[in-house]
Design a protein around this ligand. Structure first.
Ligand code: UTP
Length: 319
């Protein structure tokens, strides 16, 4: 009798656990930040300083990325960066000497935003032996991510909006229990610079079932003007796909090709049109635009910057 009760108890336990697993909500707490590129579009600045350390007002742009991640529930950041970019690791580590000096002056608040980040979340710095492409960079995080869905931030894409861009993707991933790639509409003449989505079906406003992806299509071959735009939530199955992905455009291992392979192998991937302003701070123009928008929203600088912009627009220089 006792034995029978134990068997029934074990069966009930197993059933409960499997029901929990079936209804299990994916919980996304890890994100990969590939930052091992060369930053050639921002030379000569990037000769000695990583573009991820370009300031957006008083913060390096990678700090805005991490802030977006934290606001989206990320607690572990796996940053792909080589030894020639030690600045990134320095920024996300305490600087005791500076802290002592600032404390003595009563000015510790000046580094409060970064110190709070350092004390709240975990950072892993993972090298990419050679810059063999974005897909190859993501692959370096395989062991750190393990068997979980995870986020990816391209750190040169700064998103500014009411709801953090990655949080928007996570909500869609949880709803559809699928991988999600963030897209934005781009002008037709720009499609050749991006990975572009071919749409199978619109599931709801701004949420699309994908037919396939094309990396940097020719203008007359682009299946849409929805471009991949620097935010992803992906299944850990991407790592096996990337291991089997041959170098593609630019002779680099492309993340887009890895995602395509993963779709061929049965992973559902959805495209979501993010509600955000986006700036490519990997170029001087995108960087200055991001600074203007952030400055305009800044409580202290906003009014001054708006006044300056209005004044400059009224100017007409006589050369
Ligand atoms: P990009 O092509 O935009 O960045 O790659 P890049 O190569 O640094 O810059 P340019 O084109 O020469 O100006 C998108 C992201 O992927 C990372 C980059 O650091 C960037 O954040 N990346 C790219 C890697 O980490 N490793 C690579 O091999 C390639």
């Amino acid at each position: 009798m006792e034995h029978k009760r134990k068997v029934v108890y074990t069966l009930v336990l197993l059933l409960t656990l499997s029901l929990q697993a079936m209804g299990n909500h994916m919980k996304i707490t890890k994100a990969v930040v590939p930052a091992a590129g060369l930053g050639t579009r921002f030379l000569p600045y990037t000769k000695a300083i990583p573009k991820e350390m370009l300031p957006i007002l008083e913060k390096p742009s990678i700090q805005l990325i991490v802030e977006e991640g934290i606001a989206s529930g990320i607690t572990e950041f796996d940053i792909i960066a080589n030894a020639d970019k030690p600045e990134l690791e320095h920024h996300f580590s305490h600087n005791e000497r500076l802290e002592t000096i600032l404390e003595d002056k009563g000015k510790l608040d000046l580094i409060e935003s970064i110190n709070t980040i350092i004390d709240t979340v975990q950072f892993n710095f993972i090298p990419q032996p050679e810059p063999l492409g974005l897909g190859h960079a993501v692959l370096q995080a395989k062991n750190a991510i393990g068997d979980e869905y995870f986020g990816i931030f391209l750190p040169d894409e700064i998103m500014i909006g009411d709801v953090p861009a990655l949080a928007q993707l996570i909500a869609v991933a949880e709803k559809y229990n699928a991988s999600v790639i963030g897209v934005l509409e781009v002008p037709h003449e720009k499609v050749s610079s991006y990975g572009i989505v071919a749409i199978k079906e619109e599931l709801e406003d701004g949420v699309f079932e994908i037919d396939h992806l094309v990396e940097k299509p020719k203008l007359d071959q682009a299946p849409s003007n929805y471009a991949l735009a620097g935010r992803y939530v992906l299944s850990p199955r991407i790592f096996a796909s990337l291991e089997n992905t041959k170098p593609g455009a630019g002779n680099e291992i492309q993340l887009t090709d890895g995602i395509s392979n993963m779709m061929h192998n049965g992973e559902r991937v959805i495209a979501y049109v993010m509600k955000t302003n986006r700036y490519d701070v990997g170029t001087p123009l995108g960087w200055i635009q991001a600074n203007i928008e952030v400055a305009m929203h800044h409580p202290k600088f906003g009014p001054v910057v708006k006044e300056l912009c209005e004044k400059l627009l009224r100017y007409s220089y006589k050369l």
